[in-house]
Design a protein around this ligand. Structure first.
Ligand SMILES: Cc1cc2nc3c(=O)[nH]c(=O)nc-3n(C[C@H](O)[C@H](O)[C@H](O)COP(=O)(O)OP(=O)(O)OC[C@H]3O[C@@H](n4cnc5c(N)ncnc54)[C@H](O)[C@@H]3O)c2cc1C
Length: 244
């Protein structure tokens, strides 16, 4: 593909935080509150004292991580850093980052904790909670061990473990026409996530449109891409022009 498009491909890392079963959280320890009481009590907070925090950091630093594949470079967005990478920057980094306690008073004690792990509701039923900012490349058994060190999550069961994966894509605005055909190589089409969309529907629909265009060309018929004010037309516009 690199040779065909005459460019290096692009990529980014996409991250998932672990999700735990709400029924396995200890609500005598965890408490509901939003930072500075803004926006209702949407977050569940697991408070840590100083010892618990530094024990957690030590074990996080020692925990087993999934190694990078030979072709991967650990280039992350600053806002999407794996928690273990942040912890390696220094023992206090997490306490000033995703685990910062400011604006959260623990109603069980009336105090602000040394650090706080925040969980966000994952679904309408409140049966699952996502650990905010806990995207990670720890192995699954280590995620279980490390997360269970968090006060309130000692018995947590997991619906999903955290993960980080690489998404490869091409520079579609410069390379593709609005029919998803390679401008420099007519007759070759790209579709799916590699052109810069994400999701099942988005990827499959781009495949459908690319094939409608290709078939029309083969049959000598006209093909008109969907207009920009439709969902798929807007996606095509986003992908093939820089005029978002
Ligand atoms: C963990 C995770 C969870 C997700 N959850 C959701 C979700 O809940 N909802 C949602 O809408 N989307 C979700 N997505 C995104 C969704 O999976 C992708 O956007 C979608 O599958 C992309 O479809 P695609 O056909 O473009 O690419 P893919 O599904 O990646 O298919 C590409 C195929 O090409 C094959 N391939 C690669 N290189 C070659 C080669 N050289 N020769 C031949 N074949 C090759 C691959 O093996 C693969 O089968 C998730 C993604 C991940 C990773």
């Amino acid at each position: 593909i690199s040779q065909l498009i005459g460019q290096e491909y692009l990529y980014f890392y996409d991250a998932l935080s672990p999700i735990v079963d709400a029924n396995t959280i200890d609500y005598d320890t965890a408490f509901f509150a939003s930072r500075y009481e803004k926006g209702g009590a949407d977050y569940l907070n697991c408070p840590m004292n100083e010892k618990q925090y530094y024990d957690f950091i030590r074990e996080l630093n020692n925990a087993e991580k999934v190694p990078m594949a030979s072709f991967e470079k650990p280039v992350y967005f600053e806002g999407c850093m794996p928690i273990e990478v942040l912890a390696e920057r220094g023992p206090k980094t997490l306490a000033f980052g995703p685990l910062k306690p400011v604006g959260l008073t623990n109603p069980h004690t009336g105090k602000t904790a040394f650090a706080v792990v925040q969980l966000r509701k994952e679904n309408k039923e409140s049966s699952a909670y996502n650990l905010v900012g806990f995207q990670t490349k720890l192995t699954y058994p280590e995620q279980k061990r490390i997360v269970r060190m968090i006060p309130g999550l000692e018995k947590a069961e997991f619906f999903r473990f955290g993960a980080i994966h690489r998404n490869t894509f091409i520079n579609s605005p410069g390379l593709l026409s609005n029919e998803l055909e390679v401008k420099s190589r007519p007759g070759i089409y790209f579709a799916g996530q590699i052109i810069g969309v994400e999701g099942y529907l988005e990827s499959a629909s781009m495949g459908l449109l690319a094939s409608l265009s290709a078939v029309a060309k083969i049959l000598g018929k006209d093909y008109i891409p969907p207009p920009r004010d439709t969902a798929l037309g807007a996606l095509i516009n986003y992908l093939t022009t820089s005029n978002v």
